[in-house]
Design a binder for this molecule. Sequence first.
Ligand code: PLP
Length: 445
Amino acid sequence: MRFTSSLQAGGSPVTFRDALFSGLAPDGGLYLPAERPDLSRLLSTFNDGTSFTALAAAVSAALLSPEIDGEEAARIAGRAFPFAPVLRRLDGSILLLELFHGPTCAFKDFGAQFMAACMEHFLAGERRRIQILVATSGDTGGAVAHAFHGKANIDVVILYPSGRVSELQEKQLTTLGGNVHALEVAGSFDDCQRLAKEAFRDRELTRRLTLTSANSINVGRLVPQSFYYIHGLTRRQVLRAAAEAPAAPVVCVPSGNFGNLTAGVYAWHWGLPVGSFIAATNANDVVPEYLATGLFRPRPSLATLSNAMDVGNPSNFERLACLFRSDRKAMSSVIRGESVSDQETREAMREVFERFGVSVDPHTAVGYTAARRYLSEDAGRARGVQVVVLSTAHPGKFLDIVKDAVGSVPELPESLARSLSLPKRSVRVGRELAGLSRFLLDSFG
Ligand SMILES: *Cc1c(COP(=O)(O)O)cnc(C)c1O
């Protein structure tokens, strides 16, 4: 599969490798698949006996060959995914697809791990070393740091705002060591982002280093996010129940920047039977508003309990708009938007705990609320329709919020507990490029 810029649909396509290492297209657009592969035959061969790694290998080979052949795809998938999604049925209509069993306990591990494994694969054949530079407000940096930790020929430099990330997030960034370098910036997240941008534009740095970004719009993160939709929707638990329902399963996606939902829509576009999608947002409802009115009005984000979804200008909307040729009616026939308040989010955490004995994090709770709303709107629908809610983070990552809502503390997964017990190691830098620049040249120049 090759990729073209969202700003130039007919433009000349680039390889996966080029899109992977450049992140953004040279004209500033996002890379989109230039072709529409039909995977339905392949998908119909998957069943409960297909491991997630085998599925990821087969789908990536189908999408990325001849650039990545079957053997290489199997090696990449094997390295990227020592963990898998887990389906958990709540009742006759709702299932959770838990995506938090990776090293940092959130779904971003799927994208980050695959991107890192692909970069390592391509670099092994070239004699060069690259430096990944990422700014983080908390969660993304942790997933990226863990994904690249120990990868050959790659150094990772994470910029994070001093004193503005949670203790757990900071530990996930600063305790790995080795090729992972955490720089603590005396400033805000915006300062971190600006510093990264300045570094990518700086003449001396770009001459002496091979700086590469790894942010959420990278195709190396988008492609693998389609794998868990395919995995979830080819399991017998979902299929058998859906066979008795009037339509294919509905997938509900807690959304912020819309990278997760976009990957699901691609999976559908490539042949995965999905009835429809629910885009569940918190009060940051730019996309639900567009779906209802046709007006796309980006605005500053509002702070909510589900803070990884506090996005006022979702960048992946551009990809969705291209896929549906900016036809709002076409998009809203496949995706419905639901915006959920903090109050509803708290109530959902309590309800899921009381009815099913399951703790969910606030992002998953937004998805659960949207799914319930969808089911309750139409009694006919409630009979048989299966809604798969993506569970995007482990509740232990949001201890205080979950404890407040349900009255008991969720258990902390072992990987998080281990990070917390290790000593923090970071280098402090100021808000000016000079400090970052000196660190980069001294370390890798
Ligand atoms: C990033 C994130 C989201 C939002 O995903 P998008 O791809 O940005 O829509 C939802 N939940 C959690 C826990 C996240 O970390």
